[in-house]
Design a protein around this ligand. Structure first.
Ligand code: 3PG
Length: 394
């Protein structure tokens, strides 16, 4: 793929697909990370004399105009991040968009309304892609986190204009390629979360690539059950036990060591501050549930980290959202952060709740790279081709 450095941007209208699908509460952006991370791309386009026109989706309006899903809501956060005003057009095609583009002066930034207000966006309708492409001279995709969608603004349009990756897309692809494509070894993956069933493809892909696979959260219970261990009232997918065994066999054949908890923190209630105790992984009382990995397990995970040169992390080790069942996640994350700071480990994390879980430990900012992607990060870890990235390579 090409980058901004390969393009002549001076005087050009540059359509930039960004992902500013940010959390909003009471009409305000509550986490502007995704907005802050697109600033280098916008800045570099402005510096080169180009006129950035931002294309983005927001929420899932399903092809209808839903006023609460207007991108207008993001304007104050964009203006704060960019340190200048941002012009808004209330459609991403048609007259409002054309007039706003025609009126742009050097130094202006234009944001177009939610691409998903048009049915053609998610259908990857060539007519919508062409209407958007007609607005600009160059297409830049800076939305790695939306690149798993083959939509008009992420895939179709890339085929119609000279295209390249933005700075954030570049950073994501470089970091992820360094972590899983061509990593310094040994390589460890931490995969946590509630269910094996949602991460089957991911586990299947990882066991063929990583040297150690640390499994945490509810998923670990299913793997323990696959060893014939009684997990009491723990979250466990009993119908996935055979699949867990298959994954373990595949790992053994590939020389990948699966790391499961050897001790666990159990409680009788799923609530913050619930009375709890630490027991051996095979000693969960029949009326209790496993809510976190225990200290011996953490020690073991830390030893694995210390042996490794690269770490890729997706998902918490326990019920991190309720205290004190965030302890294993926090401790392991702190160790990863310490090894990263010492220059001994390259650490990459992403996907859904992962960053929130690592933030809890104050560790996320010390990681080598934190992806802005949720679903796209998972699909990439599954080894899938992301259509938005593939379209840039064509
Ligand atoms: C995300 O928030 O992960 C991306 O913006 C993609 O959103 P989507 O899952 O609605 O396609």
């Amino acid at each position: 793929w090409k980058t901004l450095d390969d393009m002549d941007l001076a005087g050009k209208v540059v359509l930039v697909r960004v992902d500013i699908n940010v959390p909003v509460e009471d009409g305000r952006v509550t986490d502007a990370t995704r907005i802050e991370r697109i600033k280098p791309t916008v800045d570099d386009i402005l510096k080169a004399g180009g006129k950035p026109v931002l294309l983005a989706h927001f929420g899932r309006p399903k092809g209808k105009v839903v006023p609460e899903m207007s991108l207008k809501i993001t304007l104050p956060a964009l203006e704060e991040a960019f340190g200048r005003g941002v012009i808004f057009a209330d459609d991403c095609i048609g007259l409002p968009a054309k007039q706003a583009v025609a009126a742009l002066s050097e130094g202006d930034i234009l944001l177009l309304e939610n691409t998903r207000f048009h049915e053609g966006e998610e259908k990857n309708d060539p007519a919508l892609a062409a209407a958007m492409a007609a607005l600009g001279d160059i297409y830049v995709n800076d939305a790695f986190s939306a690149a798993h969608r083959a939509h008009a603004s992420t895939e179709g349009i890339a085929k119609l204009l000279p295209s390249c990756a933005g700075r954030l897309m570049e950073a994501e692809l470089t970091a992820l390629e360094g972590a899983l494509g061509n990593p310094a070894r040994p390589l460890v993956a931490v995969v946590g979360g509630a269910k094996v069933s949602t991460k089957l493809d991911l586990l299947g892909n990882l066991v063929g690539k990583v040297d150690f696979l640390v499994i945490g959260g509810g998923m670990a219970n299913t793997f323990l059950a696959a060893q014939g261990i009684n997990v009491g009232k723990s979250l466990c997918e009993h119908d996935m036990v055979g699949t867990a065994r298959d994954i373990k066999d595949k790992a053994d054949a590939a020389g990948c060591r699966i790391v499961l908890p050897v001790d666990v923190v159990v409680a009788r209630e799923f609530r913050a501050g619930a009375v709890n105790e630490t027991v051996a992984a095979d000693a969960c009382p029949a009326d209790a549930m496993i809510l976190d990995a225990g200290p011996k397990s953490v020690e073991m995970i830390e030893e694995v980290f210390a042996k490794c040169k690269t770490l890729i992390w997706n998902g918490p080790l326990g019920a991190f959202e309720i205290d004190p069942f965030d302890a294993a996640t926090n401790a392991a994350a702190a160790k990863a952060a310490e090894l990263t700071e010492a220059g001994l480990l390259v650490s990459v994390a992403g996907g859904g709740d992962t960053v929130a879980a690592l933030n809890g430990a104050g560790a996320a900012e010390k990681f080598s790279y934190i992806s802005t992607a949720g679903g796209a990060f998972l699909e990439w870890m599954e080894g899938k081709t992301l259509p938005g990235v593939a379209a840039l390579q064509d």
